[in-house]
Ligand binder design. Structure first.
Ligand SMILES: *[C@@H]1O[C@H](CO)[C@@H](O)[C@H](O)[C@H]1NC(C)=O
Length: 406
């Protein structure tokens, strides 16, 4: 017994020693970096850091289990702070009760949210609160809000972007018009990507005129030209706000809650498709076609979820929506009660064609397909199932009786 334990320890030790360097995941080192923000400390914190990241939370609960949950959130922030230690980002906790005054002064509104202060702007983080997602998000916020495209290679990279909303403007240099574009970009960083070029051949390739700005909706091949030029900051901001809800948008960890809250009159059309799975890929291509055909329909927005991106949510979705997520699915979800209906794609060979999908979407938008119609049937279905079960049970009993008399 002891020998085997020693052996196990020995093997463990060898494995540890043999581990190569270069892939060491950060572990919380135990040093507290997250500040307790209060009336005395908040101004100093704002001055001191390039970014200040504040978690606005409910008072710490008395219940042990809930306390653990709170501590887990705190740990996410601690680990993020540790990983980004040399980036001059401050982290802090603001208690909704104890620090109510500070919260008001800072303009924090939603309890349970994370707010990032950059210069004189507030950015709300509406994504999954995990260290991976948060680190990536904060690094994006640290960057310049406008990326300059100087050459053909950068242009190709720009053209490969598909999932983001992006704008590109052509300017003479860092003049007033460029400044207006830059100011507008700051309002949307890091959710909407802004690019600019001062290069004539890049502009020519994109058919951009001087001081013109193009808007690319996700998954669209052709951009929309912003009307008028030169454009003021307000022109650009208004246009983006109006066109922000894309016809096809991908659910992403960095802003998943924002996307989900932006529903269409209480519902979402949701497509589950794994891009790396042949069926999923196929459905996605069909969806892109449908989106391109219907890009001017302001009532249509399809949320595409790649289950691969959300391993922790997959079983929850399967249970809530009664789905098999190993296959692509498209349906309607009521965001109030998570009630849903899904397009029947049980015939393995046949994904719907773009036309069939468009017909179905039309039915959804007109209300012919909805989550409510079957609500009474649900009860009936349950009763039928129950009766069937009873009959089966009866049959079994009969069989048993037969056995008895044999
Ligand atoms: C969503 O569900 C709620 C609660 O069941 C219901 O009142 C509402 O009408 C539904 N919305 C739509 C658009 O079906």
């Amino acid at each position: 017994m002891r020998l085997s334990l020693l052996c196990t320890l020995g093997i463990y030790f060898i494995v540890l020693c043999a581990a190569e360097e270069g892939l060491e995941f950060p572990n919380f080192d135990g040093r507290d970096r997250v500040l307790d923000i209060n009336e005395r400390s908040y101004k100093k914190a704002l001055r001191k850091f390039d970014l200040l990241c504040l978690f606005y939370h409910e008072p710490v609960p008395a219940n042990k289990g809930l306390q653990k949950r709170f501590q887990m959130t705190e740990l996410v922030l601690e680990l993020t702070a540790q990983v980004l230690e040399n980036k001059n980002i401050g982290f802090g906790m603001v208690d909704a009760q104890k620090d109510a005054k500070v919260a008001k002064k800072l303009g924090l509104e939603e309890v349970g949210s994370l707010y990032i202060f950059k210069d004189d702007r507030i950015i709300e983080f509406d994504g999954e609160l995990s260290a991976d997602t948060l680190v990536e998000f904060l690094l994006d916020v640290l960057e310049d809000p406008v990326e300059i495209i100087n050459n053909a290679m950068e242009l190709r990279a720009f053209e490969r972007i598909e999932e983001d909303i992006r704008l590109i403007g052509y300017f003479k240099g860092e003049d007033l018009y460029y400044k207006a574009f830059q100011e507008a970009s700051e309002r949307f960083q890091p959710y909407i990507k802004f690019f600019a070029t001062f290069d004539k051949s890049v502009a020519k390739h994109l058919s951009l005129k001087m001081n013109e700005v193009n808007f690319y909706e996700p998954f669209m091949e052709e951009p929309v030209v912003l009307p008028g030029r030169p454009l003021s900051e307000t022109d650009i901001v208004d246009f983006v706000n109006q066109h922000r809800r894309a016809t096809l948008r991908k659910l992403r960890a960095e802003n998943m809650f924002e996307t989900w809250e932006d529903d269409m009159d209480g519902i979402h059309i949701v497509a589950f498709a794994e891009e790396e799975d042949p069926d999923g890929y196929e459905l996605l291509e069909i969806l892109k076609d449908v989106a391109r055909d219907n890009t001017n329909n302001p009532d249509l927005s399809i949320v595409w979820i790649d289950p691969d991106d959300f391993p922790l949510l997959t079983t929850y979705w399967e249970k809530t929506f009664k789905l098999d997520l190993f296959r692509p699915q498209i349906g309607v979800v009521n965001v109030t009660d998570a009630d849903s209906v899904w397009l029947d794609m049980s015939n393995d060979e046949d994904l719907p064609t773009a036309e069939e999908l468009e017909d179905w979407i039309e039915d959804v938008l007109s209300g012919r397909v909805n989550t409510e119609d079957d609500d009474d049937d649900d009860l009936e279905d349950d009763r039928e199932d129950f009766e069937e079960d009873l009959t089966e049970y009866g049959d079994e009993n009969l069989d048993r009786d037969d056995d008895l008399y044999d």
